[in-house]
Write a protein that binds this ligand. Sequence first.
Ligand SMILES: O=C[C@H](O)COP(=O)(O)O
Length: 255
Amino acid sequence: MKLPATEALFIGVSTKMYMGYAQSLEWLGQLVAEVDARPALVAGRVVPFVIPSFPVLPEAARLLEGTPLVLGAQNCGWSDGPWTGEVSPSMLGELGVGLVEIGHAERRRYFAEDESMIALKVSAAVDAGLTPLLCVGEPETLAPAAAADTVYRQIKAAVSGDWSVASGLVIAYEPVWAIGAAEPASAGYVSQVVDALRDSLAQHDLARLPIIYGGSAKPGLLPQLNEVSGLFLGRFAHDATNFGRVLDEALALTN
Ligand SMILES: O=C[C@H](O)COP(=O)(O)O
């Protein structure tokens, strides 16, 4: 693997809505054990993060205290006030959340989140001091250059054309067609898309932006990727030992 010229590798997982409350806490305990078993993570070259469901966040913050695991949220609203059912970035900050997913493919597809909503959320998250984990990806299989162009435009829309905002993002590149599949997109394809995307971002001095890959990612993938800053795991980290295996792969790459 050729490492990107970014500072660190990010290895994270979202539980989406797969787990109940008790199950989430049990699994979080296992994840903390995987992280605790790898004291090299304290150096910060590999940044682990975990994104459980909203109601789990307060207890998760307690469980994660003193570990290098960064706590994330799966979504946020864009301002305080009369927005029934939403959760504000400022409250997430109070709960110890450092990272917030914005624009995941499932939110775009099933909850009609459009680019203007995503831009409002990015701005609100940044204002609240949270790091947006901006999820982008082409809906259909494309040639790598076209996929990179699609993703570039999604990022541009999410920052309302203000590229200075983009420097505070972590990008989760998730080809929509690779989410929930049996296998991830091929390593060659992902590397080509991310490489082309970095070329486009370079014109804004953003070639070093953290860009991680998600979509049926599992152990064994990361060492095959070039230019990618880590992995965003889903189902294949429901077995916490797989998360540990990916952490080992990331640590080996940064040695
Ligand atoms: O949030 C994580 C990604 O959407 C990947 O999920 P998946 O690995 O289950 O496809």
